[in-house]
Design a protein around this ligand. Structure first.
Ligand code: UGA
Length: 439
């Protein structure tokens, strides 16, 4: 099938490359010339596990362009994968999507199926369909097809999806979508294929993301209470996970979620409630609790020091989670900002995103590509992201290199017994504090 994908961010590029891998011919369109150049040079502008390999494997079926007209005219199906960032009132900004929609309308020369993969408020596809079909010579069939890609495992999430949700009630697009995804619903992939009405498909994405965010916010509150009462969150979540109704995922307590998805989708869901005259109380609670949790480690630091001014800190892990080069809404940012406000000297380490961090902070912080160097002579260290390099770091080295081996771990990377043995001062989330020394 001839496909065009509008927007080559994490979602668009993964979608395009995987659609090519299952046999479709895909034209990727983006207004960002640098991204398109990099793709034409055979290199993915973003890091996503397995993406570059797949991109090269399927290069004969993939093309990249900034010229919308050619790509949109040729395509039978156009995927809309542009971002929907938060506006200041929390609502989803649909400007990038509408730019694509108007350009599809302008350049189209035949009937087309338009697939909205971006996360959009319920009712958006209806609006898009109206814009496209008003006074048009061609017919546009708009389908909602939310993505459930987790950054770092997006390729796997597209090729071996937990479910494919297709929201449409129109017979023509039902047939086209079935054919498009057929390779994934057959052996060996056998993906569950759920055909639902369009509004339910749009809602399903917000409902899922907010539920996952709720699990995290809830377990973090339990962790905070564990600290106060002497219980251990790791033991507590282990016992909970044996209940199949609860499961064992998204129960890792820490300094809260970051990343563009949960941050914007919790706000947008809350806003969607408000615009319908309904307050989503659980969702407002997620936003509030997570905001507080993002600074939990720093609160602990502040209660351990008289004055942060001039203290040297190593911030370990900067991306919003391991396995990605994305720092959007990363918890490290708000923590580094606050440390700098307090006058601390900040060293940062990350195995992947030092360059993007440099663009944000310039010479305000010092950059290191090894943990050994980053922690040297530091008064304390803060762990923000559970990269393998951090989790497997020899605890004795903190004692060897730091001025004082005081570790504040926002991702519960280490075992308490190991921390005790290596004689470091170790504060984590929802567990007992090891050691006493103050900063
Ligand atoms: C999330 C969803 O998991 C995907 O299903 C969805 O498709 C995607 O958003 C999206 O809307 O596009 P993602 O943001 O890539 O994926 O990352 P997650 O693995 O969900 O992690 C989000 C944040 O939650 C990270 O900061 C992570 O550290 C944190 N987290 C996750 C926890 O604090 N505890 C956990 O137990 C799990």
């Amino acid at each position: 099938m001839e496909v065009a994908v509008a927007g080559v961010g994490y979602v668009g590029l993964t979608t395009a490359v995987c659609l090519a891998d299952i046999g479709h011919t895909v034209a990727c369109v983006d207004i960002d010339k640098n991204k398109i150049k990099s793709l034409n040079d055979g290199k993915s502008p973003i890091y996503e596990n397995g993406l570059n390999e797949l991109l090269n494997k399927n290069k004969d079926r993939l093309s990249y362009t900034t010229e919308e007209k050619k790509a949109y005219q040729k395509a039978d199906v156009i995927f809309v994968c542009t971002g929907t960032p938060s506006r200041s009132n929390g609502s989803a900004n649909l400007d990038y999507i509408l730019d694509v929609v108007y350009s599809i309308k302008k350049f189209s020369n035949k009937d087309k199926v338009i697939v909205v993969k971006s996360t959009v408020p319920v009712g958006t596809c209806d609006k898009i369909e109206k814009i496209l079909n008003d006074n048009s010579r061609h017919k546009f069939y708009v389908v909602s097809n939310p993505e459930f890609f987790s950054q770092g495992s997006a390729v796997k999430d597209m090729l071996l999806p937990s479910r494919i949700i297709v929201g449409t009630e129109d017979l023509y697009s039902i047939e086209v979508m079935k054919k498009l995804y057929e390779p994934l619903t057959k052996i060996p992939y056998c993906a569950p294929y759920l055909l639902v009405d369009r509004r339910s498909a749009e809602m399903s994405k917000y409902a899922a993301n907010n539920f996952l965010a709720l699990k995290i916010a809830y377990i973090n509150e339990v962790a905070n209470l564990c600290e106060m009462t002497g219980a251990d969150i790791k033991e507590v979540t282990k016992t909970m996970s044996y209940d199949k109704r609860i499961g064992d995922s998204f129960l890792n307590a820490g300094i809260g979620f970051g990343g563009s998805c949960f941050t914007k989708d919790t706000k947008a869901f809350s806003y969607l409630g408000k615009t319908n005259g309904y307050e989503m109380k659980t969702v407002s609670a997620i936003v509030e609790a997570n905001k507080k949790q993002n600074l939990k480690l720093l609160d602990e630091v502040l209660s351990n020091v008289d004055n942060l001014n001039g203290k040297k800190v190593a911030v370990l892990g900067l991306s919003f989670k391991p396995g990605t080069d994305d720092i959007r809404e990363s918890v490290s940012i708000i923590n580094v900002d606050t440390l700098l406000e307090y006058g601390a000297e900040v060293n940062v380490y990350d195995p992947m995103v030092l360059d993007s961090f440099k663009k944000l902070y310039g010479d305000k912080v010092s950059y290191y590509d090894t943990i050994d160097e980053a922690i040297k002579k530091c008064d304390f260290a803060m762990i923000m992201t559970e990269w393998d390099e951090i989790v497997s770091y020899d605890l004795n080295k903190y004692r060897k290199y730091m001025k004082k081996p005081i570790i504040f771990d926002g991702r519960n990377c280490y075992n308490l017994e190991d921390a005790k043995k290596s004689k470091i001062v170790y504060y984590s989330i929802g567990r007992k504090k090891i050691g006493k020394d103050k900063i």
